[in-house]
Design a protein around this ligand. Structure first.
Ligand SMILES: [Zn+2]
Length: 76
C-alpha cells in the first residue's frame, strides 16, 4: 500500500458561494413554493442575481410565480 493511500482527496480549487447559491435557487419548484412569500424587492434581487449568473429561465420563473399573487406588477 502506498503512503498516499490515506491522504484526503484534493479540495476544490475554488469554492464559489454565489455559484452554489444560484445553482440551489435556480429550482422551479422552489420558485413556485416561495416566490409569493418574498417581497417585491427580494424577488427582484434574487431574479437579478439568477439572470446575471446565466439562469435566465429560473429568473423568469421566480418573477412569474411572484407576479401571480403580487399587487405591484409594475415593480417587476
Ligand atoms: Zn411584487
Amino acid at each position: 500500500m502506498s503512503d498516499d493511500f490515506f491522504l484526503l482527496p484534493p479540495a476544490p480549487a475554488r469554492y464559489d458561494p454565489v455559484a452554489v447559491f444560484t445553482e440551489v435557487f435556480a429550482d422551479a419548484g422552489l420558485a413556485r413554493d416561495l416566490a409569493e412569500a418574498l417581497t417585491c424587492d427580494e424577488v427582484n434581487v434574487l431574479a437579478g442575481l439568477l439572470a446575471a449568473s446565466g439562469h435566465l429561465t429560473s429568473a423568469e420563473q421566480w418573477l412569474a410565480a411572484h407576479r401571480s399573487t403580487c399587487g405591484h406588477r409594475e415593480r417587476h
